[in-house]
Design a protein around this ligand. Structure first.
Ligand SMILES: O=C(O)c1cccc(C(=O)CC[C@H]2O[C@@H](n3cnc4c(=O)[nH]cnc43)[C@H](O)[C@@H]2O)c1
Length: 230
């Protein structure tokens, strides 16, 4: 885990327990004690639940606890499975976010969707830290880099896929937590943020039978094994 520990302590936030288990397995940690956060473990892996609100809340709780124990996190990663945009990344593939984008944060009107940036209410785009990005790109050279969208509703029709691709032509993947994790992490200055995703399905018309969750989980484990070996 030397690479991530360039940043002192690392917090890795997954949505669900199966993702958490693969990350721990890849890092060679196996099981993690329930007091790892308070005890100052160099790497802490937590499952926050699905969606950006749960992701922000749980990340903020972990960051607060670590700061209160005078063992703050230097780096926070959002990690898990995602939908990939066809033609940019394969199912079973790996992506590293250059930025995490809250794709549905804004307002809809007769003229279409406007992001909070366009509305002047803040930003829906949070960049990955440049040093984290460099580390991830070196450790995971096969990863596709690009914006990763965060949505509260999985894109599930051809029409909504078309709209999202029109708004974000360079996006490589869509998931549900990255922007929430980034929003919490940036409240602690000096904490670097990054997002890693492995692809379980293609973004588009809902077809649950076509999801390849075991394949994406295996890629997640391998990615963290590679990161752990650096
Ligand atoms: O059965 C469904 O259609 C369905 C609806 C909502 C959520 C799910 C999930 O399985 C949880 C999504 C979970 O995995 C990430 N994920 C994976 N693929 C996608 C995607 O195409 N779009 C958005 N998120 C995706 C996400 O980060 C969640 O943690 C199933």
């Amino acid at each position: 885990m030397s690479g991530l520990l360039e940043f002192e302590r690392a917090l890795i936030v997954t949505a669900v327990d199966v993702e958490r288990a693969e990350v721990l397995e890849g890092l060679g940690i196996g099981e993690q004690a329930s007091d790892a956060l308070e005890a100052g473990a160099p790497v802490v892996v937590v499952a926050c639940g699905v969606g950006p609100a749960a992701a922000a809340a749980v990340t903020a709780r972990c960051m607060s606890a670590a700061a209160a124990a005078h063992k703050p996190f230097g780096v926070v990663l959002s990690a898990g499975i995602a939908g990939g945009f066809a033609g940019r990344v394969e199912i079973g593939g790996l992506v590293v976010a250059t930025e995490s984008v809250a794709a549905d944060l804004g307002a809809e009107g007769e003229d279409g969707f406007q992001s909070v940036d366009e509305l002047g209410f803040g930003t829906a785009r949070l960049d990955a830290d440049a040093d984290v990005l460099r580390l991830l790109r070196i450790a995971l050279p096969e990863a596709v880099g690009g914006p990763v969208l965060t949505v509260s509703t999985v894109t599930g029709t051809a029409r909504s896929k078309e709209l999202v691709e029109k708004r974000h032509p360079d996006a490589v993947a869509e998931a549900m937590e990255g922007f929430g994790v980034a929003t919490a992490a940036r409240l602690w200055s000096g904490t670097a943020f990054g997002e890693i995703r492995t692809i379980s399905n293609a973004v588009g018309p809902r077809d649950r039978a076509a999801w390849r969750i075991p394949q994406a989980l295996a890629t997640l484990r391998e990615a963290f094994q590679a990161l752990g070996e650096r």
